[in-house]
Ligand binder design. Sequence first.
Ligand code: SAT
Ligand code: MN
Length: 609
Amino acid sequence: MNVQELKHPGLKQWVEEAVALMSPDSVEVCDGSKAEYDRMIQITIDAGLATPLNPEKLPGSVLFRSDPSDVARVENRTYIASKNQEDAGPTNNWIDPAELKKTMTELYHGSMKGRTMYVIPFSMGPVGSEIAKIGVQITDSPYVVANMHIMTRVGTKVLEVLGTQGAYVPCFHSVGKPLGPGEKDNGTWPCAPLDKKYISHFPETREIWSYGSGYGGNALLGKKCLALRIATVLARDEGWLAEHMLILKITNPEGVVKYITGAFPSACGKTNLAMLIPTVPGWKVETVGDDIAWMKFGKDGRLYAINPEAGFFGVAPGTNNESNRNAMESCKKNSIFTNCGLTEDGDVWWELIGHGAPGKEIVDWKGNKRPAPKTDKSPKGEEIAHPNARFTAPAKQCPCIAKEWEDPAGVPISAFLFGGRRPKTIPLVNQAKSWIHGVFMGSIVGSEVTAAVISDQVGQVRRDPFAMLPFCGYHMGDYFKHWITLGQSHDESKLPKIFFVNWFRKNDEGGFIWPGYGENSRVLAWIFERCSGKGKAVETPIGFLPTLDAIAPPQGVSEAAMQEILNVDIPGWKAELADVRQNHYPKFGDKLPKELYVELNAIEKQLNA
Ligand code: SAT
Ligand code: MN
């Protein structure tokens, strides 16, 4: 379809203005068809950017290698450009919107020369659902178009819902690498240098402008940019929640179903938890979403969640048939791999895939040939797959996708989980005593920084409230207040119960105490029971902890180890809360809701008693 055929006058004008600014050689409006997807992949193969994989092993799948500077989200180049700096808050980068638009307009000037501009109409959430939102992304990257096909609902049907007047979030994206006459990418991943990359959000006008990166959350603008940063602003204004949460369905041996959402920072195992295969007999877990939940109140006063996405953009390293068989099955065909290794027989490979690589040689994520590894481990810094290598796979290919995953009405949520990677202090599981206590716990989430973000803090613990630190589109103090207000304005007995979990406790030798993965079902079963008014617990200063006989230890975990991870580490918690008081809460100034200090004081007092 061409631009002249667009029936929405505002959209047509916006595209025409972008064309005048960015000067692409041609323009195409995407229809979302399989033929279009195949054509995008072919273009990237012809440009030397994608390698087709062995059709007998991974039919319909390709491997990309990005530029070594373009392998993850870039938080220090991500901006919330609200009119007032105060509204972006202390945890976001801010530039005055007029100034930022001026800078970026200069960068966009002629940025698509030698390339095609693709106009991608997409829906976050089932097309036409009341909870869904429409975006339109323009991009000069066929890699982005193909990924958007998998991760969102793209095409003509979205334009039909938009009609002539419908609202949409306009999203600009350019990789920032125009081509001269006759110039081709010739196998070089196009992007701009780090100091020219901008991932910008304009919350008041609900616009997204991204420049210079072709990777993941920087470039697939429906995901973190729209479904989180812009959606948090919409949710605040409209009284709902847009959260960095997986959504899972859990069925107990009696056939009773509950739905649980969980917020964990990037690369902390949300995808694995969402697709878990329980080790507890008779229990079943199915997936509704693995990264983002949009939740609205139903007429019955309960919170209903939808997954706004249509695919998984999962971390490949560490994924194997033991840790996540369902993810392995999901990316067996029609998938896009980015920054994985390539074996001699045309298969992908990554660290902890569960086996060494066949043949004599393997190509690493930088494109270098190396001896094929006999085990599935590599020394740090010498990985064959980048630690943030990803697979993009359609959600409908997941063997454990819940039948209701596309229900436009959403699924009613019984529990929220919060967690992160914490080697010490934070127990295996802990239930909040009330909504406000749960909000307090969410506000102090901390985690070791992972490879999902380019940062020099990898491995250090940083506070990541609600796992939303990089994804909240406004002042985080106001975001806490939004959570508190939602609790106060609804019947608390119908709200989800809130739990804090930590699968990542380590012993003094640095080994994990809890095996995680499928064994986490033991904790999920206890949470399920607590939501049914059962499940044995003791009240402690930090919340309700399972009694020692409430969760049967998995094989290899001793009673003493269980005691250690279900204990209240009083000195550890005192230090934790002192850090919150001294270093974390003061950042939010007078925007930090006083209710949270009341909670902090109360818990400290009990710990000191
Ligand atoms: O690159 S993404 O932002 O899509 C992945 C993540 O950080 O969770
Ligand atoms: Mn995520």
